[in-house]
Design a binder for this molecule. Structure first.
Ligand code: ATP
Ligand code: MG
Ligand code: FE
Length: 359
């Protein structure tokens, strides 16, 4: 199976070709990512209108590069997969419509992929990993624990009750005057910290049972601390970033430990694997904390390489392959040409029901 993937849900314009061999081995033949960070940097965040226009002007070239680098012709493709949501609607429309046009012109099926399913299945592209597993999805828009029981079979165990972790990184960066995008900037500043224990920040909801999380208060605590210490020297910023990052790592580490025991209650005979995915999974300190916690808990941590944690199209092509293979095993075919772009699209059916049928 060879699939072209297209990703345009935020501010990365991306296309990739992924192939699954008959022996079950996956190959990323190309993975082109054009970040629009420089277009948005002056605004301190993604401007949806600018993003949509940039996707329009960039996507054709990016798709062409992905096909060329993979040395793949249209006839070699088995399908075209594109993010159909959730995300900024303008960008999703551009990517999905482009994919529909390519699929129709090439006479190939279209697979409309949930962006979060792309994040959720990436670890199966990069390593040998069977269902079920526990997923910690930590990205710019989402922070959830999910039980991944199969392709299309996701059960939410817990989530943030307010901000996503990536959002907290981005807001912290902004209020400390660091460059956009915030996550990598905070990680870099924290790495240069001289005294990482100088500032004490709260660990929201660690004193409460369960695995739900909260990050809005932590961001506010950073603001309060920053005001009290103003004017901030670069050393102050580094120490504050380190304090923020270790508070996040503490919360995520402990909640993940609890989530692993819920997993083992549900699947007592399955060796527990914690998969971390989404942009924040690129963070070295957080990966290290999770890996340490997992080994203490007798579990394994699976974390895709950082380049496949942040938004990319290889994960979309791969999710397309997973869905095609899953459908084929049931003797079904996928033809998503009628699927509309969706700004909101929860991964788990429970959440979809809670939100009502509309989105
Ligand atoms: P979603 O996947 O929820 O729709 P998104 O696609 O915008 O949101 P991703 O690209 O998956 O999000 O992740 C981007 C987020 O990851 C941003 O909030 C960014 O700050 C954060 N991030 C990226 N790299 C790092 C890092 N090294 N440390 C911490 N956070 C990071
Ligand atoms: Mg981005
Ligand atoms: Fe994402």
């Amino acid at each position: 199976l060879t699939v072209l993937g297209i990703e345009t849900s935020c501010d990365e314009t991306a296309a990739a070709v992924v192939r699954l061999d008959a022996d079950g081995r996956a190959h990323v033949l190309s993975n082109i990512i054009r970040s629009q960070a420089s277009e948005h940097a002056a605004f301190g965040g993604v401007v949806p209108e600018i993003a949509a226009r940039a996707h329009i002007s960039l996507l054709d070239r990016i798709v062409q590069s992905a096909m060329e680098e993979a040395d793949t012709g249209w006839d070699d493709l088995d399908a075209v997969a594109a993010t159909a949501g959730p995300g900024l609607i303008g960008g999703v429309i551009v990517g999905l419509m482009t994919a529909k046009a390519v699929a129709m012109a090439a006479g190939k099926p279209l697979v409309a992929v949930n962006h979060l399913e792309g994040h959720a299945l990436t670890a199966r592209l990069t390593e040998d990993l069977a269902f079920p597993y526990l997923l910690l999805l930590v990205s710019g828009g989402h922070t959830q624990f999910l039980l991944v029981e199969g392709v299309g079979a996701y059960r939410r165990l817990g989530s943030t009750i307010d901000d996503a972790v990536g959002e907290a990184f981005d807001k912290t960066a902004k209020l400390l005057g660091l460059a956009y995008p915030g996550g990598p900037a905070v990680e870099q500043a924290a790495a240069a910290s001289v005294d990482p224990t100088r500032f004490a920040l709260p660990r929201p909801m660690l004193d409460r049972p369960g695995i739900d999380m909260s990050f809005a208060g932590l961001k506010t605590a950073v603001r309060t601390t920053a005001h009290a210490a103003a004017p901030l020297s670069p050393a102050d910023v580094g120490d504050l970033c380190a304090a923020f990052q270790s508070a996040v790592a503490d919360v995520i580490g402990e909640k993940s430990r609890r989530a692993l025991s819920l997993f083992s209650e549900a699947y007592p005979d399955t060796p527990p694997v914690l998969v971390v995915a989404g942009g924040v999974a690129a963070n070295g300190a957080i990966r290290q904390r999770l890996s340490q916690m997992a080994s203490e808990a007798g579990a394994r941590l699976a974390a895709p390489p950082a380049r496949l944690c942040t938004d990319n199209a290889a994960m979309i092509a791969w999710a397309g392959i997973e869905r095609l293979r899953d459908a084929a095993a049931r003797g079904e075919r996928i033809d998503d040409r009628a699927v509309p772009p969706r700004p909101r699209w929860p991964l788990d059916a429970n959440a979809a029901a809670l939100l009502g049928s509309g989105r």
